[in-house]
Design a protein around this ligand. Structure first.
Ligand SMILES: [Zn+2]
Length: 204
């Protein structure tokens, strides 16, 4: 589970970093636009910062901005920097994105589906470092050996800004196993799953 406790929790609370009026009413945003993945929520928050959406929700920044606000608040609250900017951004990401979605509905459905089609694999939801740093959603193991990872993405991900895609690719490359992408459409239907299953069956 994503870590959102500790001194940063105290700092965030006391300095009102994640107060909806100073960040984004994230649960309202989720209810309105129903993102199906973490990346989709990150992009939704950015969209509602950079644009005026007809839904009326306005974000005061991106998730990275909220992390930067937390980072800067340290000096005022503690008189020094105890945590790095990266740690602060990660903390706000955990709070706004990971905690708010609490394991995607689509990810769970994908796990059920892959388990059914590939009974010889042990299919589980990735957690902690793999999920938050490497952006891998699903793990596939066979006889106790790690075989591959899967990222579950909306089809619209392929149209996203190049830097987002590159960021994901670089994150994946830090891992020593192949990472596959599983896409879903706007109705939440998984795309080309049989093609993915074929690739997974070929893994040695
Ligand atoms: Zn909106």
């Amino acid at each position: 589970m994503a870590y959102t406790g500790g001194p940063l929790n105290e700092l965030n609370g006391k300095m009102g970093i994640s107060a909806p009026s100073r960040s984004v009413p994230v649960m309202k945003l989720i209810k309105t636009h129903q993102p199906k993945s973490k990346d989709e929520l990150v992009e939704l928050i950015r969209y509602h910062y950079e644009n005026t959406c007809t839904c009326g929700i306005k974000s005061q920044g991106t998730v990275t901005d909220f992390g930067r606000n937390l980072y800067e608040a340290q000096l005022k609250y503690w008189g020094k920097y105890r945590f790095s900017l990266q740690e602060c951004i990660q903390w706000e990401y955990n709070l706004f994105v990971v905690q708010s979605l609490k394991g995607g509905i689509i990810e769970k459905r994908a796990i059920r589906e892959i388990t059914r089609l590939l009974p010889e694999f042990d299919v589980t939801e990735a957690a902690g470092y793999l999920d938050e740093e490497l952006r891998i959603d699903i793990l596939l193991q066979k006889n106790g050996n790690m075989k591959a990872g899967i990222q579950v993405k909306p089809v619209t991900f392929t149209h996203m800004r190049a830097e987002v895609i590159t960021f994901n690719r670089i994150a994946n490359e830090k891992w020593n196993h192949p990472v596959f992408y599983l896409y879903y459409d706007k109705n939440g239907e998984l795309q080309h799953i049989s093609e993915l299953i074929g690739k997974l069956k070929d893994l040695r």
